[in-house]
Write a protein that binds this ligand. Structure first.
Ligand code: SF4
Length: 540
């Protein structure tokens, strides 16, 4: 990890300076900025957002951000990523979504500004998922936060990093505390020696899921690229410009899926365009230069705003299963003005193969499904068409107009669809429907296994398979059927371990645990006495 705030680079005089002049190691051509600095002769007061994180209370952090001049950002996030019906789904730190998008792009540097514990968790997760890229880090303390020195440190890090030989873009991500404290990334230069500078705020108290955090960065990059394209010629894609109108695919997907979608589009004279989030800056121009956008994942609100600003139509759902593929090809064809006969030709070229693949790989059994990737409804459709008795589909993502078609289709088949699903709702659905297989997030899978219900982790085992067209139609059955067949093994394990690690046997023991109800009662009485004493103290 690159630490841009190495103590040997810090000039102690900077800390007490009332204004900051030209920062060190910056080209003299760069105009200096005077930013408001508090008088730091006394010990600086802790900023409202300092010292708290995702445990500090969403409202407190939002109030701090508003007081620090971030109201516009917070209000935009509230509109783009509505939280209801409950507060916030339980998932990993949202900023991981933005970080991952940045780390997967060629010639793009990604720098975090936030608390060390957050950055540790985020870099750990990045490398767990095989980032193999450096994560930049600009640390802070209460003093650098409150005096504005943190912004200068970020600015310096950006100038040090933005070398055109190495990078097309530098992304700097404000995590919770710098966002709540109003660290003004908007004041960073937009470009340094041709390297684009993209500053985004991705606080956990404003962006509910890591899925939507991908949209925050993808949307910011599309906005930048759209402005560039409006001002003059831009770089062509690495593989040249398509000779056919293209369909930009919005949402990360299994690598073979865009190839399969391209084949399905061919009879209509269309081609698959880039997948957004892109893997390279210049792909952003090609993505904007499409005939139509397929919102394969339906939560990319900020990205859709950019496509619509560029005059592009956005179509929801995806070519999954028989019904989904037929409807998607129709909508895409109609949006591009393709004659009906050619749309029919495209459907007939692929639908029989999908029907055959579904029939050859049936799934028999009851399934509940939940996840936070944004593709949950698509997977639900595929499972239903494969013959599974799907009762519940929960997603951490919000309901949007691009998921309407999938929601309506699933509900018509009797499936309960829950947007912004909480862990409690996912677990309640599992308890209610007693499935033969629970597909879900880590805690759902853990609970299912405790109950001897076969379970599959959505992100690693379901997302990592093709979903679209004929390839997708048969791909789920193998893993799903194998998991369902493991039920007797789960029953054997449950019987073998019955009573272990539950109740009085919980914990680590050297000998055989002995139940001591008298001790338990005595301890319960002690706790009750302490609680009563605390209450009495509070009322005096
Ligand atoms: S950046 Fe992520 S881990 Fe850190 S406080 Fe915010 S939500 Fe929590």
């Amino acid at each position: 990890m690159a630490n841009f705030n190495d103590p040997k680079h810090v000039d102690p005089q900077d800390l007490g300076a009332p204004t900051l002049g030209t920062p060190r190691r910056m080209p003299s051509s760069v105009p200096s900025r005077v930013i408001p600095i508090l008088n730091a002769t006394a010990a600086p007061p802790a900023p409202a957002g300092d010292g708290v994180g995702c445990h500090g209370g969403k409202e407190t952090m939002q109030q701090a951000a508003a007081a620090a001049g971030m109201s516009d950002t917070i209000e935009r996030y509230k509109a783009d990523y509505p939280a209801g019906p409950h507060d916030q789904p339980q998932s990993m730190c949202p900023a991981f979504g933005s970080l991952r998008v940045g780390l997967r792009m060629r010639r793009t540097a990604t720098i975090l500004s936030g608390s060390a514990c957050c950055v540790y968790g985020l870099t750990f997760t990045s490398h767990f998922y095989g980032a193999r890229r450096t994560v930049g880090y600009v640390p802070f303390n209460s003093e650098t936060l409150v005096t504005g020195k943190l912004f200068e440190d970020i600015r310096e890090a950006v100038f040090e990093t933005a070398k055109p030989a190495d990078y097309d873009a530098v992304v700097i991500i404000n995590l919770c505390v710098p966002t709540a404290s109003g660290v003004p990334l908007r004041l960073l230069p937009k470009e340094i020696d041709g390297v684009r500078i993209i500053g985004i705020d991705v606080p956990g108290f404003g962006v509910p899921t890591h899925a939507e955090a991908k949209d925050v960065l993808a949307g910011a990059m599309l906005a930048y690229a759209r402005t560039e394209a409006e001002q003059g010629p831009v770089a062509a894609p690495r593989n040249g410009v398509s000779d056919r109108p293209t369909v930009t695919l919005l949402g990360e997907m299994f690598p073979a899926d865009p190839v399969g979608i391209g084949r399905m589009l061919e009879p209509m004279g269309l081609a698959a365009g880039p997948v957004v989030p892109t893997r390279e800056w210049r792909e952003l121009y090609a993505a904007l230069d499409c005939a139509v956008v397929g919102a394969i994942h339906p939560f990319y609100t900020a990205s859709v705003r950019e496509f619509e600003a560029a005059g592009r139509t956005v179509v929801g759902s995806a070519p999954v299963g028989y019904d989904g593929t037929a409807a998607w090809l129709e909508k895409i064809g109609e949006s591009c003005g393709i004659p009906k006969a050619r749309i029919e030709a495209a459907k007939q070229a692929v639908l029989p193969a999908i029907r055959a693949a579904l029939a050859a790989a049936p799934i028999k059994g009851r399934v509940t499904l939940s996840g936070y990737e944004g593709s949950e409804l698509l997977v639900g459709r595929l499972l239903v068409e494969s013959g599974a008795d799907v009762r519940y589909v929960g997603t951490a993502c919000p309901r949007t107009r691009w998921s309407d078609a999938d929601r309506e289709w699933l509900e018509a088949k009797g499936v309960r669809v829950q947007f912004r699903a909480s862990l409690e709702q996912d677990l309640a659905a599992m308890a209610e429907f007693e499935p033969d297989l629970a597909v879900g997030t880590t805690p759902v899978v853990q609970k299912a296994k405790e109950l001897a219900i076969p379970a599959l982790y959505f992100t690693n085992l379901i997302s990592a398979r093709p979903l679209m067209g004929p390839a997708g139609a048969g791909s789920l059955s193998q893993v799903v059927n194998a998991a369902m067949r493991s039920k007797p093994r789960f029953d054997t394990m449950k019987a073998f371990f019955a009573g272990v690690g539950e109740g009085h046997t919980s914990g680590v023991w050297e000998g055989t645990p002995v139940d001591r109800p008298a001790f338990r009662e005595q301890y319960a009485r002690t706790l009750a006495r302490q609680a009563k004493a605390r209450k009495a103290e509070e009322t005096h």
